[in-house]
Design a protein around this ligand. Structure first.
Ligand SMILES: [Fe+2]
Ligand SMILES: [Fe+2]
Length: 278
């Protein structure tokens, strides 16, 4: 089974800066021989507040002839408590109505694929708990299947035991719960997006993969992180084990967010100006 992971497409009907990357990406996916496409979130630019953004992006995704499963990113359903657009019932309802479940599982041969809504993690509320209860049950009932997890946010950025990375990774309490579940089950892969960096590593026996964005890379406006700045996809080849390969796609343009941030993410630009000033 061949799964193509795409992530951080950031398409928009009104902020069309990255939309030109869809044609080469879609053409590549069509000839890739993929059995399934998994999108690990940040489908949109302003989907957390606009039906039209999610609808526009889903119309593009439906151009693909292969099955596709998606988990949301912070630009689709909002982000942490205290952020400008926190996840809330209305934002979750929009995703669930226009896209489908924000967390899901799919069995394929000897594998159980699990998609997680990493944006629920960190709220310590009923939605956060319900997902962990569901994940626990999905892992307990796996039978002999191996597990591959897909989520928007990575488990960590620089080191497995690091503190709260704020915007960038799952928070320490929820991360520890994931570590405990990963240790208790046969989790072969944790694949994520969000960082707009492509990287492969390992946590205990679990392979970690950060998929490259299909929209843009981030320059000096953000702190340095592991991984490569490139645009492309990840090919996950599943047999008894899983082998993952990061692939750059010809014809895609690696736009640099720094150059357009004021137009695309005025809130982020404001934050960057504050950081530079402080
Ligand atoms: Fe993103
Ligand atoms: Fe993100």
């Amino acid at each position: 089974m061949k799964i193509v992971q795409i992530t951080d497409t950031h398409f928009s009907p009104t902020k069309a800066h990255f939309n030109g990357n869809w044609a080469p990406l879609a053409a590549w996916i069509e000839q890739s021989g993929a059995d399934l496409v998994i999108h690990t979130g940040d489908l949109s630019v302003d989907g957390a507040d606009k039906d039209e953004d999610i609808g526009f992006c889903m119309d593009l995704m439906r151009e693909i002839s292969k099955p596709m499963l998606l988990v949301p990113g912070n630009h689709d359903v909002g982000h942490l408590p205290g952020s400008l657009q926190p996840v809330n019932a209305g934002r979750l309802e929009r995703w669930r109505r226009l896209v489908g479940p924000d967390y899901w599982m799919e069995d394929a041969g000897s594998w159980r694929l699990i998609g997680l809504d990493s944006l629920l993690m960190g709220f310590d509320d009923a939605e956060d708990e319900a997902q962990f209860d569901w994940l626990h049950a999905a892992l307990e009932s796996r039978g002999g299947r191996s597990i591959a997890l897909f989520a928007h946010k990575p488990l960590f950025v620089d080191a497995p035991g690091e503190g709260d990375t704020g915007y960038w990774s799952v928070r320490p309490a929820q991360r520890q719960r994931l570590y405990d579940l990963i240790a208790a089950h046969d989790v072969a892969l944790f694949a994520s997006g969000h960082l707009h960096r492509a990287w492969q590593g390992q946590y205990e026996n679990t392979s970690l993969v950060w998929g490259p964005s299909a929209a843009f890379v981030v320059g000096d406006m953000e702190r340095d992180m592991p991984g490569e700045r490139l645009l492309g996809v990840v090919i996950h080849q599943f047999s008894d084990t899983v082998a993952s390969e990061i692939v750059a796609i010809p014809g895609m343009t690696a736009y640099v967010l720094d150059e357009v941030v004021a137009e695309v993410y005025p809130h982020e630009a404001h934050k960057v100006r504050q950081r530079v000033a402080s």
